[in-house]
Design a protein around this ligand. Sequence first.
Ligand code: ZN
Length: 410
Amino acid sequence: MKPSSILSICGRISFDGYKVYRIDTNNDIASLESALEALPIVQLARDHGRGEHSALDIAVPPEHRAAIESLNLTMTVLSEDLAGDIAAEGLPGDYPVLDGNGIPAISWFDSYHAYEDHVRYWADLQAAFANNSELIQVGFSFEGRPIQGIHLWGKSGKNSKPAIFFNGNVHAREWITSKVVEYLLYQIITGYPTETAVREVLDGYDFYVLPVVNPDGFVYSQTENRLWRKNRQRRQNTTAIGTDINRNWSVGFGGDGSSSNPGSETFRGYQPGDTPECAALMDFAQALSADKGIKLYIDWHSYAQVILLSYGYTCDAFPPNIDRQIGLAAGTAARIAQPYNTTFDYGPGCLVLYQSSGNGRDYMTDAAGTEFAWGVELRSTSYGFVLPADQILPSSIEVWEGMLYLWANL
Ligand SMILES: [Zn+2]
C-alpha cells in the first residue's frame, strides 16, 4: 500500500508510535525500494551525499517495525518518536506585533505558522516597503489558491534589472524553506535603507520571491499529514492524489529519477507542465526570461544540506559555466558554515544527491536562460523535515550569510 492510499482511508494521519530509520542502501536503491514496496512506510529522503554508501530515511508505523527489522538491513534509528518530534515543532505561533514601520516583529521566526498567517505576513512586509515592492500572483494551485509572493526592486525602479527568482515550499513538508525565504525578504526590506550590501544587490536586480509555490500541499501538511510532499491534484483513472511539482517541468521530463506511478512520492504527472503550479511557474519564468533575463534562480528545499547545481536529469552533461558555478557554490557553502559550522555540500545534483528528471533548476538552466539555477537543501540531516522551531532562526541566519556572499560575487 502506498502512503497516498493510506491517506484516503484514514484521513488525518497520526504518527503515534512511528520511528524514523536511516537505512544504508548498499548503493542499490532499486533493490531496497522493492524490498520495502509492500510495506506502508513513508519515504522521507535519500542519499545525503556523504559517506561511502547512500542512505534512505523512512518513517515506519509501529505495526510494521518488526517487518522492517526482519529484513536485516544496515540501519540506524534517527527518531524513536516521530509523533513526539512533530509535537515538539510547536503549535502555530501567534501573529507578531508590528513595529513602528509596520514590519512584523522578528518573533515571526520563533515558530511555524498557519498558511493564512504567511499570506498576511507577505502583505505586511510588502506594505512596509511599498515604494520598492508589489505583491505578485503568478497563477493558481489545483485547489484554486493563488500562488503569490513579492516583487522587489531598487533605485532604478520596477522591472529595470535582471531577475533573482526564489521559490519556497514546492515540497509541502519542507516547512523550513518558506521561513528561510521570508527571512531573506525581511532582511532585504529592513536592510535596504542602511546596509550597503543589501542596497547593492537590490539596486542591481529585481527580486521575485514566491515563498510557498505549493499552497495546497502546504495546507494539507499542516492540517492532515505532516509528511505530505506533493501537490493535491486528483486525476482520472487513479485514486492516488498528488503530483511531484518538482518532477513536472518540461526539461528532462520523464527520465530516471521521476516516477510514472501516481502513488509514488516522485510521480511526475502524465505530461510536462500538467500541474497548474508548475505550468504557472514555467510561464512566469518565460516572462522574466523574455524581459530582463534571470541571473539567479534558487528553488529552496530541505533537508540534505547541499547546494544543487544543474543537472539533475543527467550525470553526463554540465552547463557551460559549471566551473564558475562550482566556485560560487563553494564560497556560498563556506560562508553558510561560518555562524554555526553547518556543513553544506555542493555540486551538480545528479552527482552529489541523485538523479532527478523534470526539476525546476534544470528548466531554468536550459529553457529560461538562467545563469545560475540552483536547488538549495536546508537543514537538517539529523532532524529531517520536522525541524524544531528554535532552529528556524539559526537556519535563516546562516543562509542569509551565504546569500550575502553569493550576491556580492554574482
Ligand atoms: Zn524538496
